[in-house]
Ligand binder design. Structure first.
Ligand code: CMP
Length: 138
């Protein structure tokens, strides 16, 4: 069990003006921000980030969506961060997400679901290294 995870506020939530509310909810849920930036993925970046999904039917939609506009990326710290953050964001499909979760509040569909959270400690490390240089994570 590690104490950090990687989160992204996806293009839909940035477009809809939810950056501030989502960061507020993360902080008030006890996460510390260890690294933070606004950036945009190229199509190629998105294909590399989501390589594990490349055989999925939704892959092209996913990478085109994730590269269509700015995103906010952060490394978050809390005890059992991966599981704790996945509980805070709710189910992938917002129609199945629990009341009060970030996806219930801000996501519009299974494809455009407002936020990403790492699904394992190993992927948290891979994804954090994808987005941040070592000196940016402390
Ligand atoms: P995320 O947790 O960022 O990681 C993979 C993403 O693929 C997921 O969020 C969804 O946005 C997307 N995804 C998963 N299942 C589907 C689906 N059935 N249709 C479209 N997009 C999906």
């Amino acid at each position: 069990m590690s104490n950090t995870t990687l989160m992204m506020i996806k293009p839909d939530a940035v477009e809809n003006g939810h950056i501030g509310n989502i960061l507020q909810k993360i902080l008030s849920s006890g996460f510390q921000i260890k690294a933070l930036k606004l950036t945009q993925l190229s199509l190629n970046d998105a294909k590399r980030f989501y390589e594990i999904h490349k055989e999925r039917a939704f892959f092209n939609d996913l990478v085109s969506f994730m590269s269509r506009g700015p995103i906010v990326v952060a490394v978050l710290k809390k005890k059992d961060a991966v599981n704790s953050f996945r509980n805070l964001i709710g189910s992938t499909d917002p129609s199945e997400a629990a009341e009060g979760t970030i996806r219930k509040l801000y996501a519009t569909s299974i494809g455009e679901n407002a936020v990403h959270g790492s699904d394992s400690d190993e992927n948290a490390e891979i994804e954090s290294s994808f987005h941040f240089a070592g000196r940016e994570r402390f």
